[in-house]
Design a protein around this ligand. Structure first.
Ligand SMILES: [Zn+2]
Length: 153
């Protein structure tokens, strides 16, 4: 992905920190999800007094997109930290990686972790979720191709 596009996504993700609802952990997270159609879907973490119903920024962004009929994605940027301070990278939790596995090509989908516009690292989903279990594992084709060879996106 071109650097300018990456930096734009980082800026959008940072902007989402303002909407983060994290009264319990104080850990604010923002995400910006770039779809194949060029649109960007935003997300923030949304905590809950009962803890369990809390939702991550990444999944908020994915569910917004999927609920509007969008299922093909290129990249997501995630930023976060205590009270929104971006001191370190905030990698997606295991649940969010699994949701990405449902809709994204592991070798191609890019996950951008950033602490600022000029400080970021780019990973593929496959790097963050090796041998992930996805839709391909449930299709007949997967018996021939083995895990990870997913045609659906
Ligand atoms: Zn998560």
């Amino acid at each position: 992905m071109p650097e300018t596009e990456i930096q734009e996504l980082i800026g959008t993700a940072i902007g989402q920190l303002a909407y983060s609802y994290a009264p319990y952990s104080g850990f604010r997270v923002g995400a910006a999800l770039l779809a194949q159609n060029g649109r960007v879907y935003t997300g923030c973490n949304i905590e809950n007094a009962a803890y369990g119903p809390s939702n991550c920024a990444e999944r908020t962004a994915f569910f917004k997109a999927v609920s509007e009929g969008v299922r093909q994605f290129r990249a997501i940027c995630v930023v976060g930290g205590p009270e929104g301070r971006l001191d370190a990278y905030t990698p997606p939790c295991g649940v969010c990686r699994q949701v990405m596995m449902e809709f994204c090509q592991p070798e191609e989908f890019e996950i951008i972790l950033a602490t600022g516009i000029k400080d970021y690292k780019v990973y593929t989903l496959k790097e963050l979720l090796p041998q992930g279990f996805g839709p391909g594992n449930l299709s007949k084709e997967s018996e021939e191709n083995g895990p990870g060879n997913i045609e659906i996106c």
